[in-house]
Design a binder for this molecule. Sequence first.
Ligand SMILES: [Zn+2]
Length: 258
Amino acid sequence: MTGTTRDLLQHPEPGDRWLVAVAHPDDESFGCGSTIAHATTRGAEVTVVCATRGEAGEPAAELPHGTDLGSVREVELRRAAGHLGVARLELLGYRDSGFDGACGPGALCSAPVDELAVVLGRLVEEIGPDVVVVLDGSDGHRDHLHVRAGMRAALAGSQGPALYEHCLPNSLLRRWLDEMRSVRPDTAYHGLDPATLGRADEDVTDVLDTTAVLDRREAAMAEHRSQTSPFDGLSADLRRAFLTADHLARVDLSDHHA
Ligand SMILES: [Zn+2]
């Protein structure tokens, strides 16, 4: 970068390089798909690195005969990445840890953060991204938190890329919880504490208006047929609120020494 004050997140341009690191196929679409499409439609070259093939996900329907969930989800990821305009896709080959239970051999949660940081750091060095995006993991999935920790460690003290955590603000998830409780009063949603949902609104540093790339986001999400969309069954208003604005929290890398 040469002395520009351009906001790289809001105003990507051709020649910009982005690296988006996620844990599972579908995180790039259900999570930060609009942010990716926002960048690629403005000409940025986006690499997505996905740590696992999502083997531990819940299949939404019976799988085609003779296929395993990991290979089905890899295909879904590749198709979704196409809709989002992703230039390059890297799979790290860890196993999906699942939401809980023991961390088995090869599982992402078994990999020390330092080791993951080395792997991600190599990609950062190779690509030289201007912007790096991860999910903030405030949904509590240990693999999401692990990728976030690995990237923070990889970039600690770095003068290089701007690191953003894609997040869902608490205020939006409170709306979601209110709706879930009224639509499905018989479910476990009553056990959730609204105060702990998502990311504190004051942590959000940037909001992207992603209305213009909604079609790409929808097309990418639709490829993940083996998974249930988190946006299924929402009211039109709430669904639109989730899908037409992306919230990000910039990470101050000087705070995070390796
Ligand atoms: Zn995930």
